[in-house]
Design a protein around this ligand. Structure first.
Ligand SMILES: [Zn+2]
Length: 171
């Protein structure tokens, strides 16, 4: 019993001194957290998603207040975000969801779009040319195609316009 108690005491002491170290070394702690996040990216993003779902109303309100407090700063941040790969995809996603034909249908997530882009490595799905790509529905929305990941590819402007509302056949 005595031994167990002293073990507990030892652990408690170690924890306390660790906490003290953490408080007095904010810079190192920040770096450590950053390293940990990078090493456990999937776990961290799942955790954030769970947190976001649970507190979405609060987070939205906070970001609204943040934007109101300094609209210029918010604009700059927004512009910077839109220049990133995910920012560009998120623009496309937003645009896609705004179309009447798909407004109430399920649609691909940003993560899925990002996986499709990664798979195509900047090349057109149809002609394989490396160029500026646009989002294309394999089965057009007008032919009752969906907005889900299985129906989305990235195509060069030429292939996308040439295809129009036809269904492309690769054979
Ligand atoms: Zn093409």
């Amino acid at each position: 019993m005595q031994r167990i108690l002293s073990d507990i005491e030892r652990i408690e002491r170690r924890r306390a001194s660790r906490r003290k170290w953490e408080i007095s070394h904010p810079v190192q702690m920040k770096a450590q957290r950053k390293r940990h996040k990078a090493a456990h990216r999937d776990k961290e993003s799942a955790r954030f998603r769970r947190y976001y779902e649970k507190h979405s109303a609060f987070l939205k309100e906070r970001s609204r207040i943040y934007k109101m407090a300094d609209p210029e700063r918010a604009k700059v941040r927004d512009r910077l975000w839109r220049q990133t790969e995910n920012g560009k995809l998120s623009d496309k996603l937003h645009h896609m969801k705004r179309r009447d034909a798909t407004r109430d249908k399920p649609s691909a997530s940003l993560k899925e779009l990002s996986a499709i882009t990664a798979r195509q490595r900047g090349r057109c799905f149809y002609c394989n040319m490396k160029t500026k790509l646009t989002l294309d529905h394999v089965i057009p929305l007008s032919k009752d195609g969906s907005n889900t990941a299985e129906n989305i590819v990235f195509a060069c402007l030429h292939c996308n316009t040439a295809k129009g509302s036809r269904i492309w056949r690769i054979c």
